[in-house]
Design a protein around this ligand. Sequence first.
Ligand SMILES: *[C@@H]1O[C@H](CO)[C@@H](O)[C@H](O)[C@H]1NC(C)=O
Ligand SMILES: *[C@@H]1O[C@H](CO)[C@@H](O)[C@H](O)[C@H]1NC(C)=O
Ligand SMILES: *[C@@H]1O[C@H](CO)[C@@H](O)[C@H](O)[C@H]1NC(C)=O
Ligand SMILES: *[C@@H]1O[C@H](CO)[C@@H](O)[C@H](O)[C@H]1NC(C)=O
Ligand SMILES: *[C@@H]1O[C@H](CO)[C@@H](O)[C@H](O)[C@H]1NC(C)=O
Ligand SMILES: *[C@@H]1O[C@H](CO)[C@@H](O)[C@H](O)[C@H]1NC(C)=O
Ligand SMILES: *[C@@H]1O[C@H](CO)[C@@H](O)[C@H](O)[C@H]1NC(C)=O
Ligand SMILES: *[C@@H]1O[C@H](CO)[C@@H](O)[C@H](O)[C@H]1NC(C)=O
Length: 912
Amino acid sequence: MKIPCTHLYQCLSLCFIILTCQHGLIEAQRTIDVGALLDFTSPRGRAGRAAIALALEDFYAFNANYSTRLAVHVRDCKQDDISAASAAIDLLKNIRVQAIIGPRTSTQAKFVSDLGNQTHIPIISYSATSPTLSSDHNPFFLRTTVNDSSQVGAITAIVSHFGWHEVVPVYEDSDFGMGMIPYLVDSFQEINTQVPYRSVIHSYATDEQINLELLKLKSMPTRVFIVHMMSDLAARVFSKAFENDMMSAGYIWIITDSVANVIDSIGPLAISSMQGVIGVRPYIESTKKISDFTGSLKYRLRQENPNIDPPEPTVYELWAYDTIWAVAIAVENAQLPNQNEWFSQIGDNSTDLGRLGVSKTGTRLLNVILNTAFDGIAGKFHLVDRQLQSSNFEIVNVIGKSYQQLGFWTPQVGFASTPTFTASSVMKPVIWPGHSTATPKGWQIPTAGKKLRVGVPMKDGFQQFVKIERNKVTNQTIVTGYCIDMFDAVMQSLPYYVPYEYVVLEDVDGPSNLTYTQMVEGVYLRKYDAFVGDTTIIANRSLYVDFTLPYTDTGVQMVVPIRDKRSTSMWIFLKPLADDLWLAIVLLFFYTGFVVWLIEHGSNVEFGGTRRQQLLNISFFSFFTFLGIPKERVLNNLSKFAVINWMLVAWLLEKNYSASLTSMMTVQRLQPTVSDMNELLKNGEFIGYQHQSFVEDLLKSLNFDENKLRSYSSSEQYAEALSKGSANGGVAAIFDEIPFLKLLLSEHCNQYAMVGRIYKTGGFGFVFPKGSPLVPDVSRAILNVTEGDKIVEINRAWFGDEVSCSTQENTFNYERLSFHSFRGVFLITAVLWGLALFISVALFFVKKISANNISTKVSNVEAFPTDKEGDQVASSMEVINCTHEEEVVTIGEPIINVYTESGFPSGRVVFS
Ligand SMILES: *[C@@H]1O[C@H](CO)[C@@H](O)[C@H](O)[C@H]1NC(C)=O
Ligand SMILES: *[C@@H]1O[C@H](CO)[C@@H](O)[C@H](O)[C@H]1NC(C)=O
Ligand SMILES: *[C@@H]1O[C@H](CO)[C@@H](O)[C@H](O)[C@H]1NC(C)=O
Ligand SMILES: *[C@@H]1O[C@H](CO)[C@@H](O)[C@H](O)[C@H]1NC(C)=O
Ligand SMILES: *[C@@H]1O[C@H](CO)[C@@H](O)[C@H](O)[C@H]1NC(C)=O
Ligand SMILES: *[C@@H]1O[C@H](CO)[C@@H](O)[C@H](O)[C@H]1NC(C)=O
Ligand SMILES: *[C@@H]1O[C@H](CO)[C@@H](O)[C@H](O)[C@H]1NC(C)=O
Ligand SMILES: *[C@@H]1O[C@H](CO)[C@@H](O)[C@H](O)[C@H]1NC(C)=O
C-alpha cells in the first residue's frame, strides 16, 4: 500500500490510525465458513487447493478492511462420487458451511448440486463442465467455468474447415463425457458431417479394454476422432493409440478443452504420444497477473510437496482463484446473519439428509454471487446463466514437449490468426500426426495400411470385360479388360492416391460357380474391399453394398436374328406406292382425260367421233401422254396447259416410284425375326441368358418358364445358339445387358438386332462396402472419365469402332409412298384444272353466243372445199347448213372450218 505522507509525524499518525482501524476491524470480523471439495490425490486437486489458499491470502491482503473472513474447509472428495457426496454432507452437517466450492468432476457435481438444491446452499464448481448440469431446476449450482457445449462450434468449424465428412467421437462413459455428445452430433448434422460410430470408453477402463476399442476404431474407415474425456483417461488412450500406430499419418485427433486446458501439465510421456493432436480451449489472455500467479503457485506447491515437480498451472487454477475472490466479495456484500440462524429444520428428521434442513440465507448469497463482477486473473468475472461465458477459443497443435497456437475462433468471426479477431481468417499450418504437413483426407480404407483388395470375376466368355491370365512360370496373375481399364482410369483421376491390387475370386473362394450376386455379396462379407467387373447395379444388390455411378449403357434388352425381308412377291411392283396413292393416280388418269376431252372435243376432231371413241379417248389419253406416245394432238392452250401439268405430276410420281422400287429390290431389307417379347412367350421359345447373371431372375420374373431358359457364357455361344434356333437346341432370343449385346452385334454385323423393350437397370458400376467413403469420390472420378476423351480410347481398345454396324438399325421399317406425301401435288393439279375447266366452259358459252350470230351471216357466204392443208380443192361448193351448232366450232379468223359428220374437216367457209 502506498501511503501518501510527506512528514514523519504524519506517517506515524497514519500508521497508527491504520493499525487501530485494522485492530477494530479484526474485532468486528466475522468468519464465514465455506467448504471446498478437492481431490487431494491428483496433481490437479493439489494445485486447486494451493490456488484457493493463495487466493485467500491475496484477497485479504488486498482487502484488509473487509468485515468478513472466509474460512475455507477443504475436504478430500477423492475420485469417486460417494466420497464427494459424503464429504459434502459432512461439510453441510458438521461445519454448516454457507457455500461449497467444487467438486472437480461433473459426475461428482451432479449429486452434490442436488444436495445444494435441497439445502439451498450454493455449489460453485470451477471445473465441472458438463452441459447437463446447468438447468433451471437446479438453481443453486453455479460454475465459474464454461460449459462443454460452448466449444462445439469451434470443433465443428475445424471439421468443416478441413472438409472431413465423417467423425467419430471418443468419449468417457460418464456424465461429463456424454454431456457434450448430443450437442456435438447436432452441430455436425448441420454441416452434413456423419457420425458413423461413437466410441465410449469407461472411466475405469483397463488398458486391455482401451486397446480393444482402439483396434475397433482402426478397423473402420473414419480417421477423424474427437476425444472428450478427463485428462488422465485421455493420456492412457493416447498412449495406447500410439502403441497401435494410430498416431501416424492419416489420423486426425481433436481434443476438447478438458484435455487441451491441461496440455502443459499432462506429463512428458503423454505429450510424446499426442504429437499432431489438435486442441480447442477457451482463450485466456496471458497477463502479468497470470505469470505472477503462476510463479507463486509453483513456489507454494514446491513447498508443500518438495519431492514432486509442480505441474504447470492451468486455467482451472485461475478459475479456482477467481472463484474464491468472487465468494469473498459476495459474503462481504451479502451481510450474512449469525451462524445460528442459518438453518431451519423442516420435514423428516429421521435421516441425515432430512436433518440438514434448508438455509435461510443461501438464496441471498446466491443472488449476490450471481451479480458479482470484477476483473479476475482469468479475465472478466461475470456469471451469465449461472456460468462463465467465453466465446473466444484458441486452437492449439501439440508439437514437441508442448503445443503451438494455430489460431483463434469465435462464432462471430470464425477463424483468426490473432486474438484481436481482426478479419483474417487463417490458421497456421498444422503439423498432423506422423509429422505430416499434408491435410489428411479423414478416412482410409480399413486395410491396416495394406492395399485395397479388389475382387475380379473369373469369366469364361466376354473376356473383353474382364480377362484373367496366369503366367505359369512366374505365377503372376494379369488382369485386363474393359472394366479393369475403366477402373484403372478412374482410380488415376481420383484426387488422391489409393493403392490397390486385383484378387481373383477363385484364389479367395476356391473354384466355384458363384453368381454375380454372390460375388457382390463377397464385398458385404468383407472377403475383399471392392469388386470390379461387369457387375450390374440393381436394387437388390444395393441393399448390401454401395455402387458407384454406372460407367456403361444401362438396361437389359433382347437380341434376335435378323432376316432379309426383301420381297420376292410377284406383286412387288405395287409395293412402292400405297393403295390410296394408286387410287388417286387412277382417278387422276381419268380426270386428266376428261378435262382434256372436255376442253378439246368441240374444236379438235381428234377428240370427236362416236361416243365410244370419245370414252376411249378419255380413258387412254393420259396414259398415252404419260408414256410419251400421244395419239391425239391437243390444240387448245388450256388443254395444253393441263397436259403439261399432268406430265409434270406423272414425272414426279414416276421418279418416286422407280426410286422406291429400285431400293426395294436391291437394298437388303433386314428385319428381326421377332419383334416383341410376348411373341416369344406365346410360342414357348427358348431364351438365352448369360451364365451367372441376374438376367435369369429377370426372365423368371417376366414369366418365362425356367425350362425354357438356356445359359451361355460367351458371345460365340450366343451366336451359335441363335443360329441354331429354338427348335434345334438353340434359342430364339437372348436377353442380356446392352454392353454385352453391343459386343455381340459388333462381332456379328447384320446378323442380329436388339429389339423390344429395354428393361432398365443401373448399368455396370463398381462395388464397395456399404458406407465406404470412396464411393462418392470414385463416382465423381467416373464422371470425369466418362465425360472426357479417355472413355473413347478404352471403348475403341476393347470393342473396336462401332460405326461399321450401326447403320442397319434404321432400315427395318420401310415406308411405302402414300397419297399423303403427294397431297400437295394433287391439290395443285385439281385446282389448276378446275380453273382450266372453268375458263373453257366460260369460253364455250361466249363462243356459242358468237356462233349463233355468225350462223345468220353464213348463209350468204361462199364456200370452197379445201383439203386438210386448207388449199382450195374446188372452186365452189354448195352452201351447207351452217346453223348446226356442232359444225361450227371455232371462230376468230375470217375462215370457218367446216366439218363433216365424221368429224373430219371437209372444207372451210371464207367470209366475203
Ligand atoms: C476498505 O477500504 C477502501 C479504501 O482503502 C474503501 O474504499 C472500502 O470501502 C473499504 N471497505 C470496507 C468494507 O470498509
Ligand atoms: C453453454 O454455454 C453456451 C455459451 O456459453 C451457452 O450458449 C449454452 O446455452 C450453454 N449450455 C447450457 C446447457 O447451459
Ligand atoms: C431443486 O429444488 C426445487 C425446489 O426447491 C425443485 O423444484 C427442483 O426440482 C429441484 N431440482 C432438482 C434437480 O432436484
Ligand atoms: C425429530 O423431530 C422431532 C420433533 O420435531 C423430535 O421429537 C425428535 O426427537 C427428532 N428426532 C431426532 C432423531 O432428532
Ligand atoms: C502358384 O500359385 C498357386 C496358388 O495360387 C500356389 O499353390 C503355387 O504354389 C504357386 N506356385 C509358385 C511357383 O509360386
Ligand atoms: C457351373 O455351372 C454350369 C452350369 O450351371 C456348369 O455347366 C459348370 O460345370 C459349373 N462349373 C463348376 C466349376 O461347377
Ligand atoms: C434379393 O436377392 C436375394 C438373394 O439373391 C433374395 O433372397 C432376395 O429375396 C432378394 N430380395 C428382393 C427384394 O428381391
Ligand atoms: C477430370 O479431372 C481433372 C483433374 O482432376 C481435370 O483436369 C479434368 O478437367 C477433369 N475432366 C473432366 C471432364 O471433368
